[in-house]
Design a protein around this ligand. Structure first.
Ligand code: SAM
Length: 296
């Protein structure tokens, strides 16, 4: 990078790039460009990215975060769906030889294949991204179910979704997303980001979430997908009791109700509880107990 040119994520350079390419941020693609160099550097630091790491980025935009990752990482592979941004990225990132941009919808990407083709084996693989907010949950679910063991995932999302990811039992934001994510990973908020850090400004504040490998659980569900379906079913009506939700899942016939009651007695969970009181371990034990009872 030539010294005279400010880095991409500075407000002045961001505005200059948008003007030069006559870019109008597409709301439909969640395009809000982060233009605060301290925040951009702190995101990369939150992922503890070093020259030993291979990094996947989702949605490079005009390359502000990509540049900061490339300065520290071994290699960056960035998925960008908007082909209008490809010539922009070609120019803004021209001084870096460790970046590959792939023009593809991240939801259709075959991550294991890309990692095999693009990264030398034997190095940590991380994800660092300012996510397109309209698809935060499908992206995270896809990444966590891709079969790739990421060493670290550091992603920005709207605060409200971040709150749901880290919520604990009994908290207002606790729901199926909290349980499923916390089953897959250790989830924590790294830091908050105000809406003023973006061009254009979004209508919401944001947070950086760090997902790292979680410690092994004392119990495992008989099948991951069964656990996820069960958790979703239990939260279908979060104001209702567990007993009501379970009848919604399994049925209301007297014989079924009797079997539900047997399971609840066996695992010693009160039917009057609301689903938001149940811990991840409770959900796993219930999934296995209903499976053993032949209800799932
Ligand atoms: N990384 C840039 C930054 O921090 O300033 C831009 C982040 S912006 C919030 C989200 C980016 O994701 C946009 O560049 C948008 O075009 C891209 N995007 C949206 N949907 C996508 C998808 N399905 N697959 C890949 N990229 C996508």
């Amino acid at each position: 990078m030539k010294n005279s040119v400010p880095e991409i994520g500075s407000p002045a350079r961001t505005k200059a790039i948008l003007t030069r390419y006559k870019l109008v941020a597409k709301k439909s693609l969640g395009q809000n460009f982060l233009s605060d160099l301290n925040i951009l550097r702190n995101i990369v630091a939150a992922g503890d990215v070093t020259e030993n790491d291979n990094v996947i980025e989702i949605g490079p935009g005009i390359g502000a975060l990509t540049e900061q990752i490339a300065k520290r990482a071994r290699k960056v592979v960035a998925f960008e769906i908007d082909e209008n941004l490809l010539p922009v990225l070609d120019e803004t990132l021209m001084d870096y030889d460790n970046i590959k941009v792939i023009n593809q919808d991240i939801l259709k990407a075959n991550l294991p294949a890309v990692i095999k083709d693009e990264f030398e084996p034997g190095h940590p693989v991380k994800i660092v991204a300012n996510l397109p907010y309209y698809i935060t949950t499908p992206i995270l679910m896809g990444v966590l179910q891709s079969g790739v063991d990421f060493d670290e995932i550091v992603v920005m999302m709207q605060s409200e979704v971040a709150d749901r990811l880290v919520a604990k039992p009994g908290e207002k934001a606790y729901g199926s997303l909290s349980v499923v994510m916390q089953y897959r990973a250790h989830v924590e908020v790294a830091f908050d980001v105000p809406r003023t850090a973006f061009i254009p400004q979004p209508n919401v504040d944001s947070a950086i979430i760090r997902l790292s490998p979680r410690e092994p659980l004392p119990v495992k569900p008989y099948e991951d997908q069964a656990l996820f379906r069960f958790v979703k079913g239990c939260f279908a009506h979060r104001r209702k009791t567990l007993w009501n939700n379970l009848q919604g899942i399994f049925g209301k016939q007297p014989e079924v109700r009797e079997r539900i009651e047997t399971v609840l007695n066996d695992v010693e969970i009160s039917r009057q509880l609301r689903p938001e009181r149940l811990t991840l371990i409770n959900f796993i034990e219930l999934t296995n107990a209903f499976h053993n009872e032949g209800l799932m």
